[in-house]
Design a protein around this ligand. Structure first.
Ligand code: ADP
Ligand code: TZP
Ligand code: MG
Length: 263
């Protein structure tokens, strides 16, 4: 079995509990995506329970899509607890470049505990890479095609794995770069596909210790399901439904036949 098929199999066998502190927009999509691949999602952000939920979960997904003060407190508490309990966690810096509040929150979260994996689109990773430079005391100016260079810089600074999603997904761990070329442009016509990618990688890190391998599996699962759903869909509405079915129907044969991984 290839690694991606093995990891999907482990998710289906173990049904890991994946703790999500995510945004209002995507809670339903991401919970259904996780269920469709065999994981067990729980959405929990109340400060009163967040540490308890982290300690019984196999991984943690932090998504800063719809921030507010109380949620940020919960996120900080959760990531700190994840470090002490050895729970792997992934961070989705939704819209990090769009406001000072998002940028400051991302900085606080990363300083509170280093995410094992960060997944963002090119602009988000660029914005975070600038943050990495600023915290080194160096002003950084990066343009569009430098997202990969920024991703490498970020990954090296944090000693973690960084995923830049898009038409091509880049999985970066220091100088190691893998690419995946599955998926469909329809995926950017539905809100929450990036958040779903983050949650699915979140399930993969629950069952696979090597973060680079887990990230490839998560993005590969997303991309292949995207290919399958696109070929059965007339537009974004039916795509959304077909995508959940495709996640559910994925198997080793499909993964082997369709995965466009450059490793
Ligand atoms: N043009 C595209 N072709 C193929 N896959 C895509 C395309 N755009 C986005 N994707 C896929 O959609 C998912 C979400 O990525 P992206 O759109 O970059 O995230 P976000 O929603 O956070 O901006 C990823 O799995 C990515 O591979
Ligand atoms: C539209 C929107 N606004 C705040 S969070 C959110 C969802 C973003 O989801 P994604 O990054 O996966 O498209
Ligand atoms: Mg996003």
């Amino acid at each position: 079995m290839n690694n991606t098929a093995t990891i999907l199999d482990l998710i289906r066998t173990k049904s890991p509990l994946v703790h999500n502190i995510t945004n209002y927009v995507v809670m339903n999509n991401t919970a259904n995506g996780l269920l469709a691949i065999g994981a067990s999602p729980v959405m929990a952000h109340a400060i009163e329970e967040v540490e308890d939920i982290v300690s019984i979960s196999s991984s943690l997904v932090i998504n800063m899509g719809t921030l507010s003060k109380k949620w940020v407190e919960s996120m900080i508490m959760a990531v700190k607890k994840a470090k002490t309990s050895g729970t792997p966690f992934i961070f989705d810096p939704v819209g990090v470049g769009a406001s000072k509040y998002r940028m400051e929150t991302a900085q606080i979260l990363i300083k509170s505990a280093t995410p094992d994996v960060i997944r963002g689109n090119a602009s988000e990773i660029m914005a975070l890479a600038q943050l990495a430079s600023i915290s080194k005391g160096v002003d950084s100016s990066m343009d569009g095609q430098d997202a990969v260079a920024g991703g490498i810089e970020l990954s090296k600074k944090l000693n973690n794995t960084v995923i830049i999603s898009g038409a091509i997904d880049y999985i970066i761990t220091g100088d190691k770069i893998s690419t995946i070329e599955n998926g469909s442009p329809l995926m950017s016509k539905i809100t929450g596909m990036g958040c779903t990618a983050t949650a699915i990688v979140g399930a993969c890190i629950a069952v696979e210790n090597d973060m680079h391998t887990a990230a490839i599996a998560g993005m590969g699962i997303m991309g292949i399901a995207g290919d399958m759903a696109a070929s059965a869909s007339k537009g974004p509405g039916s795509f959304q439904v077909n995508f959940i079915d495709a996640l559910y129907l994925l198997n080793e044969t499909t993964i082997k036949a369709k995965l466009k991984l450059n490793d």
